[in-house]
Design a protein around this ligand. Structure first.
Ligand code: 5GP
Ligand code: MG
Length: 173
Protein backbone atom coordinates (compact mmCIF):
# COMPACT_ATOMS: atom_id res chain seq x y z
CA UNK A 1 0.00 0.00 0.00
CA UNK A 2 1.45 3.38 -0.80
CA UNK A 3 -1.26 5.81 0.35
CA UNK A 4 -3.57 4.56 3.10
CA UNK A 5 -7.20 5.51 3.32
CA UNK A 6 -6.79 7.84 6.31
CA UNK A 7 -4.09 9.82 4.54
CA UNK A 8 -6.28 10.18 1.43
CA UNK A 9 -9.14 11.41 3.55
CA UNK A 10 -6.97 14.02 5.30
CA UNK A 11 -5.40 15.29 2.12
CA UNK A 12 -8.68 15.50 0.21
CA UNK A 13 -10.27 17.56 2.94
CA UNK A 14 -7.24 19.89 2.99
CA UNK A 15 -7.55 20.26 -0.80
CA UNK A 16 -11.23 21.05 -0.34
CA UNK A 17 -10.42 23.83 2.13
CA UNK A 18 -7.77 25.29 -0.20
CA UNK A 19 -10.05 25.21 -3.23
CA UNK A 20 -13.05 26.59 -1.35
CA UNK A 21 -10.95 29.46 0.02
CA UNK A 22 -10.09 30.66 -3.49
CA UNK A 23 -13.57 30.21 -4.97
CA UNK A 24 -16.42 32.70 -5.01
CA UNK A 25 -19.04 31.77 -2.37
CA UNK A 26 -21.69 33.43 -4.54
CA UNK A 27 -21.06 31.92 -7.96
CA UNK A 28 -19.19 28.80 -6.90
CA UNK A 29 -17.59 26.37 -9.33
CA UNK A 30 -18.30 24.22 -12.35
CA UNK A 31 -16.32 21.02 -12.07
CA UNK A 32 -15.22 19.07 -15.13
CA UNK A 33 -14.19 15.60 -14.00
CA UNK A 34 -12.38 13.12 -16.23
CA UNK A 35 -13.95 9.66 -16.31
CA UNK A 36 -13.56 7.09 -15.08
CA UNK A 37 -10.47 7.39 -12.87
CA UNK A 38 -11.57 10.52 -11.01
CA UNK A 39 -14.92 9.23 -9.74
CA UNK A 40 -13.89 8.33 -6.19
CA UNK A 41 -11.73 11.44 -5.75
CA UNK A 42 -14.57 13.56 -7.18
CA UNK A 43 -17.14 12.08 -4.83
CA UNK A 44 -14.97 12.75 -1.78
CA UNK A 45 -13.78 16.18 -2.93
CA UNK A 46 -17.21 17.67 -3.73
CA UNK A 47 -18.42 16.87 -0.23
CA UNK A 48 -15.60 19.05 1.10
CA UNK A 49 -16.66 22.03 -1.06
CA UNK A 50 -19.59 23.89 0.48
CA UNK A 51 -20.22 26.05 -2.61
CA UNK A 52 -22.83 26.38 -5.34
CA UNK A 53 -21.63 23.72 -7.78
CA UNK A 54 -22.32 22.10 -11.09
CA UNK A 55 -20.58 18.88 -12.09
CA UNK A 56 -19.74 17.98 -15.69
CA UNK A 57 -18.19 14.69 -16.77
CA UNK A 58 -15.90 14.06 -19.73
CA UNK A 59 -14.70 10.77 -21.13
CA UNK A 60 -11.20 10.93 -22.53
CA UNK A 61 -9.83 7.79 -24.11
CA UNK A 62 -6.89 6.73 -26.21
CA UNK A 63 -7.66 5.38 -29.62
CA UNK A 64 -7.21 1.62 -29.61
CA UNK A 65 -3.92 0.68 -31.20
CA UNK A 66 -2.67 4.21 -30.77
CA UNK A 67 -1.95 3.90 -27.07
CA UNK A 68 1.70 4.80 -27.49
CA UNK A 69 0.88 7.93 -29.44
CA UNK A 70 0.15 10.63 -26.89
CA UNK A 71 -1.64 12.78 -29.48
CA UNK A 72 -4.33 10.22 -30.28
CA UNK A 73 -6.97 11.11 -27.71
CA UNK A 74 -10.71 11.20 -28.08
CA UNK A 75 -12.65 13.55 -25.80
CA UNK A 76 -16.42 13.19 -25.43
CA UNK A 77 -17.63 16.68 -24.66
CA UNK A 78 -21.25 16.50 -25.82
CA UNK A 79 -22.73 16.33 -22.34
CA UNK A 80 -20.67 19.06 -20.69
CA UNK A 81 -22.63 21.86 -19.02
CA UNK A 82 -22.25 25.39 -20.36
CA UNK A 83 -18.80 26.64 -19.30
CA UNK A 84 -18.99 30.17 -20.68
CA UNK A 85 -18.14 32.74 -17.98
CA UNK A 86 -17.95 30.03 -15.33
CA UNK A 87 -15.15 29.38 -12.88
CA UNK A 88 -14.10 25.89 -13.93
CA UNK A 89 -12.19 23.34 -11.90
CA UNK A 90 -10.87 20.36 -13.88
CA UNK A 91 -10.62 17.22 -11.72
CA UNK A 92 -8.42 14.28 -12.69
CA UNK A 93 -6.97 11.26 -10.96
CA UNK A 94 -3.33 11.43 -12.04
CA UNK A 95 -0.97 13.54 -14.09
CA UNK A 96 1.45 11.29 -15.95
CA UNK A 97 2.65 12.32 -19.43
CA UNK A 98 0.17 15.20 -19.40
CA UNK A 99 -1.51 14.27 -22.69
CA UNK A 100 -4.94 13.94 -21.11
CA UNK A 101 -4.89 17.18 -19.15
CA UNK A 102 -3.42 19.19 -22.01
CA UNK A 103 -6.33 18.07 -24.17
CA UNK A 104 -8.96 18.69 -21.50
CA UNK A 105 -7.58 22.14 -20.61
CA UNK A 106 -7.74 23.03 -24.31
CA UNK A 107 -11.35 21.78 -24.65
CA UNK A 108 -12.35 23.79 -21.57
CA UNK A 109 -10.59 27.00 -22.66
CA UNK A 110 -12.32 26.86 -26.05
CA UNK A 111 -15.64 27.20 -24.20
CA UNK A 112 -14.61 30.63 -22.83
CA UNK A 113 -14.87 30.12 -19.06
CA UNK A 114 -14.10 33.02 -16.72
CA UNK A 115 -11.28 31.02 -15.14
CA UNK A 116 -9.79 27.53 -15.30
CA UNK A 117 -8.01 25.69 -12.53
CA UNK A 118 -6.95 22.04 -12.34
CA UNK A 119 -6.72 19.63 -9.42
CA UNK A 120 -5.13 16.17 -9.60
CA UNK A 121 -5.01 13.65 -6.81
CA UNK A 122 -1.63 12.29 -7.91
CA UNK A 123 1.26 13.61 -9.97
CA UNK A 124 4.26 11.73 -11.30
CA UNK A 125 6.59 14.64 -10.75
CA UNK A 126 8.64 15.80 -13.71
CA UNK A 127 7.13 13.36 -16.23
CA UNK A 128 4.89 15.67 -18.23
CA UNK A 129 6.83 17.13 -21.12
CA UNK A 130 6.05 19.88 -21.91
CA UNK A 131 4.92 20.55 -18.33
CA UNK A 132 1.20 20.90 -17.61
CA UNK A 133 0.02 23.56 -15.20
CA UNK A 134 -1.95 22.17 -12.28
CA UNK A 135 -3.12 24.36 -9.43
CA UNK A 136 -3.68 21.74 -6.73
CA UNK A 137 -1.92 18.39 -6.23
CA UNK A 138 -2.84 15.76 -3.66
CA UNK A 139 0.39 13.78 -3.67
CA UNK A 140 3.55 13.63 -5.77
CA UNK A 141 4.52 10.00 -6.41
CA UNK A 142 7.33 8.14 -8.12
CA UNK A 143 6.97 6.90 -11.68
CA UNK A 144 5.21 3.65 -10.74
CA UNK A 145 1.86 2.19 -11.78
CA UNK A 146 -0.73 2.60 -9.06
CA UNK A 147 -4.33 1.41 -8.64
CA UNK A 148 -7.22 1.98 -6.26
CA UNK A 149 -9.32 4.95 -5.14
CA UNK A 150 -10.73 5.15 -8.68
CA UNK A 151 -7.61 4.12 -10.61
CA UNK A 152 -7.81 0.86 -12.52
CA UNK A 153 -5.78 -1.77 -14.27
CA UNK A 154 -7.75 -3.41 -17.04
CA UNK A 155 -10.94 -2.15 -15.40
CA UNK A 156 -10.21 -3.65 -11.99
CA UNK A 157 -9.22 -2.28 -8.56
CA UNK A 158 -11.10 1.04 -8.74
CA UNK A 159 -12.94 0.17 -5.54
CA UNK A 160 -9.85 -0.24 -3.34
CA UNK A 161 -10.13 2.37 -0.57
CA UNK A 162 -6.38 3.09 -0.69
CA UNK A 163 -3.75 3.65 -3.40
CA UNK A 164 -1.66 0.55 -4.05
CA UNK A 165 1.24 -0.44 -6.27
CA UNK A 166 0.20 -2.90 -8.95
CA UNK A 167 2.23 -6.07 -8.48
CA UNK A 168 4.24 -7.50 -11.38
CA UNK A 169 2.07 -10.66 -11.25
CA UNK A 170 -1.13 -8.65 -11.59
CA UNK A 171 0.31 -6.63 -14.49
CA UNK A 172 0.96 -9.67 -16.63
CA UNK A 173 -2.16 -11.61 -15.58
P1 5GP B 1 -1.40 11.15 -19.01
O1 5GP B 1 -0.22 10.33 -19.44
O2 5GP B 1 -2.25 11.58 -20.16
O3 5GP B 1 -1.00 12.29 -18.10
O4 5GP B 1 -2.27 10.21 -18.10
C1 5GP B 1 -3.38 9.64 -18.70
C2 5GP B 1 -4.17 8.72 -17.87
O5 5GP B 1 -3.41 7.52 -17.75
C3 5GP B 1 -4.51 9.11 -16.45
O6 5GP B 1 -5.65 9.96 -16.36
C4 5GP B 1 -4.83 7.74 -15.90
O7 5GP B 1 -6.14 7.38 -16.26
C5 5GP B 1 -3.82 6.87 -16.63
N1 5GP B 1 -2.65 6.63 -15.77
C6 5GP B 1 -1.44 7.22 -15.78
N2 5GP B 1 -0.65 6.73 -14.83
C7 5GP B 1 -1.39 5.78 -14.19
C8 5GP B 1 -1.13 4.88 -13.08
O8 5GP B 1 -0.07 4.86 -12.45
N3 5GP B 1 -2.16 4.06 -12.75
C9 5GP B 1 -3.36 4.04 -13.38
N4 5GP B 1 -4.28 3.19 -12.95
N5 5GP B 1 -3.64 4.87 -14.41
C10 5GP B 1 -2.66 5.72 -14.80
MG1 MG C 1 -7.71 9.16 -16.52
Amino acid sequence: MIIPEAQLRQRVSALGREIAASASPQTGLTLVAILAGSIVFLADLVRQLPLPMRIGLMWVSSYRGGATDAGELRAETARLPDLRNRDVLIVDDILDTGGTLRRVQQEVRERQPRSVQTVVLLRKLGKANPPVKVDYVGFDIDDVFVVGYGLDHDGLYRNLPHIALLSEEAKSA
